[in-house]
Structure formats: C-alpha cells, structure tokens
Design a protein around this ligand. Structure first.
Ligand SMILES: Nc1ncnc2c1ncn2[C@@H]1O[C@H](COP(=O)(O)OP(=O)(O)OP(=O)(O)O)[C@@H](O)[C@H]1O
Ligand SMILES: [Mg+2]
Length: 514
C-alpha cells in the first residue's frame, strides 16, 4: 500500500534513515471503562504534510487526536517527536510544546471577547508589572492572527453576533497563537458552509507551506481528497490502512472504512409515485424580526421539501418559527387548514412536529444526562403519573437500532459518545414522538457516510408512511440528492422554488443563493 507515486521520486522514502518523522504515535491503546476507543492505533505526521484520518462514527479518530494533544492519557503506547519521547503533562503543556488541536465541539466562550477567546487561559502572558493587562497588545496580536488566515473577522465585533463558521476560525486562530509545529483539526468544516469551507481549506493548505505537520479529520471525502498528502483509515479503534494521496481512491477508502463498497450514490432513488397534494403545513407571508421576510410555501404530505441558502439567509429562522423557538413577527402558519397560533415547542410536540436543531449540544441534548434519558426526554412515555420504564427501554432500544447509535451502554452519559453518534441521538429523540412533520436543520453534520446512507433511507421510508419533511441543508449534494421540491433563499427572501427536482445541477442552485 505504501508504494511511491511514479513520476517524482519521494526523497523521504529514499532517505528514510536520515529523515525524521516529526510525530510518531505507535501502539496506542485507550479504554473508557468497557469501551475500547483505541486498539493499537498508530499514525505518523510529517512537517508540511496534511495527513487525514477517516473512519466511521466511533472509530476512534477524535480519541487519537486527543491522545496526541495530551487531552487524554493513553493506557499504553508511545508518542515521539523527532525521535524524542513526547509526554506532556496536559493539553496546555502540549500546546506550549507545539502540539495543539482544534476540537470537534465548539470551545468558544460567548461571554468573552474575541481576543480573550484566542488567548483563553493565558491572559497573564499580557500582564505588565503594576499596569495590569496590556489589552492593546493582546487585541493587536489577536487581530494579526485572524488576518493571517484571511478570516475577515474584526476583533471589535461581538462574538455572539458571529456564526459557527466564524467561531471555528477563531478556534483556529487560538491554535495558531501557540505557533504550533503540529496542528490537529477534528471535523473543523462540519459547521461551515461551502464558501467558509473554501476559505478554511485554503487556510489549512497555507499552513502546510509553513511546514506545520497537520492531522485532519473529516467525513467529507471530497475535502479529504482535496487537501491530503496521506490518508489513514481507522475502524473500531484500530489502524486499518495508510495510503498516499496518489494511490488512494474513494472506493478503496470507503471499503477499508466500512468493509464494503458504498455504491455510486448514497441517496435513495426518488419515489416514482408523486407525493400527495394534501397540504399539511402552510406558511403565509412569514417574517421573523430581521432574520427572514415574507416567506410563503406549502409542505405536502409525504414529501421532502429541501431548503437551500447560505448561512444567515433565513432557513434556520423559518424552521425555528414553525417549531415555536423563535417569535413570528408577521404572517401565519396553518396545519392542514387550521391556523397554528403562536407556536411553542410544547404545542409543537403535541401537534407532532419535531425539530432537529442546528447545533447539537447547545440546543439538542443535555450532555451530562444518559443516552437513554436524552432519547426519552420528548416522548416521555407515562403510565398514569409515573414514568413507563418498560416503554422507555423499548423506545431506547428501537432508536439505537434504527439509526445505529454506537454505544456499549445506553445508561452512559450522552457526552461519552463520539460526535456523530451524539447527532444520531438528537435525531432519535425527534423520531421518538412519531412526528407528522419533521423540521431538519442540517441533520447529518458529522455523521459518517454509511450512517448517512442509512438515515437517508430511513427518511425516505418515513415519507412513504406519510411523514412530511422540511430539510434545511448547507450541503448542496444532500439538497439535490434528497429533495422532492426545492425552495431557495437569498438575502432572507424566497429566491426560487423548483417544483420538481430532475436533472438539477449544483450550478442551477448556486445561481439563486449567492
Ligand atoms: N470521554 C469518553 N468517555 C467514554 N467513552 C468515550 C469518550 N470519548 C470517546 N468515547 C468512546 O470511544 C469511541 C471512539 O470515539 P471517538 O470520539 O474517538 O470516535 P470518532 O472516530 O471521533 O467518531 P465521530 O466520527 O462520530 O466523531 C466511541 O465508542 C466513544 O463512545
Ligand atoms: Mg470525532
């Protein structure tokens, strides 16, 4: 597998004896109680190279990065840098020694300034004897780093007015503030839209030119192929294979990941019979403060209406307004043909409307509660006044099976799950109320390709049973692959409705959203 690409000789291979790998992690094992997260995993990271790690949800990618960055101590195994044993005391110590990570989950504190977030925990580095903190220098250095990655962010902006994509860029700036030799990115693009991902990937490629050794985790194969020099595949905590970019193909990688080929399309065929004409949800001239203006559309029984647009174009506000988590400032909503006045989340549950929110930990889950409790939180099966333990257990089992949540024990806290598996819990929680209307805000972020294929098939199956789905997604391929009809938003208004989705290409959509 580790053959050298034909034309240019690989001097690293030729001078292997003299060449020193910057980071070598070998034989790394890590358990969390009964869960084996890493089982003799390994990876090598080289200066000026981007090395991607791919694998299904729960394969151990994040854990491996966290072991290298000293967030977790491995149970066994060895990490060396330039041949020297690398054993930092903790994450901060590792960062100071030049190995740092941009986490999968957001680590931005919205109550601090942008500069404070970048230098979080290190404010003392800017203190002057008798004069307190040198805010000017801190702000200047923060601004310089943000400019160096062409983030377009001004440190005077209120951090709460920025979106997740911009928060991610601030986290990258934080990592860069350590002037790292080794930089690890864990699904940094999962919350970015197409344009932001472009900016981000370009920034990562520039880091390669600065001779930083980069570890990169993503579920998006197109990104992986775009940026990687090498690709490592993991499965069940184990190292499976390593490829040079030149010898890797999507088929090879996918079958190493899941043990089978995914096939040419992960999207189910469009149904041959047209969805019914029954209008189950009707939105008329809806406006939400200054988030979205004058939106009118119908959702029919058994269809998937895709909603596309850039972040901030208003899709999220539409979903939240219908669900009742954002206030409507003008317009009306009808369920079948009766008016749905002043929606609230609890009324929506009674009306069998479920929402998968945009950010799983802030809105979707209680991280310290068990997987079981999170799955039952909305449906709350009761026997009289008491919890119906038997029904709860059945519901948990059914959701874990149908969407493939990978866990050894449903009583474990939900924050012990891998990122993609947490997202599956959010979806399971929504499905637990047997919704008639499903409002999905980017539901497959961070979910691996095989699980996505299963979830897409499940959504289609729900439609055939009469469930109606409003699918907001920033993933154009998902929008085109899943929608029966497509509504596009530009500058907070409807810019186009495609009444059918046949032979549409990405360009047809992009024209109406940028
Ligand atoms: N803090 C923790 N406590 C208990 N179990 C954990 C913890 N962190 C990870 N695990 C478990 O270790 C395994 C590997 O998880 P990891 O987060 O490394 O997967 P991943 O490959 O990053 O998946 P994803 O693509 O979903 O992010 C999973 O089974 C997960 O549940
Ligand atoms: Mg992960």
């Amino acid at each position: 597998m580790r053959t050298v690409a034909s034309a240019t000789p690989d001097f690293r291979e030729i001078f292997k004896e003299r060449y020193q790998m910057i980071v070598q992690a070998v034989d790394i094992c890590k358990r969390f109680d009964a869960t084996v997260a890493l089982d003799h995993a390994k990876i090598e990271l080289v200066p000026g190279q981007i090395h991607s790690i791919v694998g299904e949800n729960g394969a151990g990618k994040s854990t491996l990065l966290k072991v290298i960055a000293a967030v977790h101590k491995p149970d066994s195994g060895k990490i060396t840098i330039d041949g020297q044993h690398f054993a930092p005391l903790n994450f901060l110590d590792a960062s100071k020694k030049g190995v740092t990570i941009v986490f999968q989950e957001s680590s931005i504190n919205p109550y601090l300034t942008i500069a404070e977030n970048i230098f979080i925990g290190r404010h003392h580095e800017f203190s002057r004897p008798f004069l307190g903190l040198d805010w000017k220098r801190m702000n200047r250095e923060a601004q310089d780093i943000l400019a160096s990655i062409e983030s377009g962010i001004d440190i005077r902006q209120n951090i709460r007015s920025l979106d997740f994509g911009q928060w991610k860029l601030i986290e990258i700036a934080r990592a860069l503030s350590y002037n790292p030799k080794v930089l690890l990115f864990d699904e940094s693009t999962a919350f970015l839209n197409n344009r932001e991902s472009r900016v981000f990937l370009q920034a990562v490629r520039n880091l390669r030119n600065r001779q930083i050794a980069i570890g990169f985790v993503s579920h998006h194969m197109n990104e992986v192929f775009e940026v990687s020099d090498r690709i490592t595949v993991m499965r069940d905590g184990k190292f499976i294979a390593e490829y040079d970019r030149n010898e890797a193909t999507v088929e090879k990688i996918e079958s190493a990941m899941v043990g089978r080929s995914i096939g040419s399309s992960i999207y189910p065929d469009h149904p041959t019979v047209k969805a019914s004409d029954d209008v189950i949800l009707s939105v008329k001239n809806l406006s939400v403060d200054n988030r979205v203006t004058d939106i009118t559309f119908d959702l029919r029984r058994g269809e998937i209406l895709g909603v596309g647009g850039l972040k901030g174009a208003g899709g999220e506000a539409i979903l939240n307004a219908i669900y009742g988590s954002e206030k409507i400032t003008a317009g009306q909503i009808y369920l079948s043909s009766s008016r749905y006045l002043a929606p609230t989340p609890s009324k929506s549950v009674l009306n069998r409307i479920a929402l998968v929110p945009g950010e799983r930990t802030v809105e979707g889950l209680i991280p310290e509660f068990s997987i079981h409790d999170n799955l039952n939180m909305t449906a709350l099966p009761r026997r009289g006044l008491l919890r119906d333990k038997a029904k709860e257990k059945a519901l948990t089992g059914a959701q874990i099976d149908s969407i493939g949540i990978k866990t050894v024990d449903a009583m474990h806290p939900v924050n012990s799950l891998s990122g993609g598996n947490m997202q599956k819990v959010v979806l399971g929680k929504c499905l637990s109320i047997h919704p008639d209307i499903l409002l999905l805000n980017n539901p497959t972020r961070g979910i691996d390709i095989k699980a996505r294929q299963d979830i897409y098939a499940l959504l289609r199956e729900l439609c055939s049973q009469g469930v109606s789905i409003l699918l907001l997604t920033e993933d154009l391929l998902e929008l085109l692959g899943m929608s029966d009809r497509i509504l596009l938003l530009k500058k907070k208004r409807v810019s186009k409705i495609f009444e059918e989705n046949r032979d549409l290409a990405e360009e047809d959509v992009i024209r109406f959203i940028v």
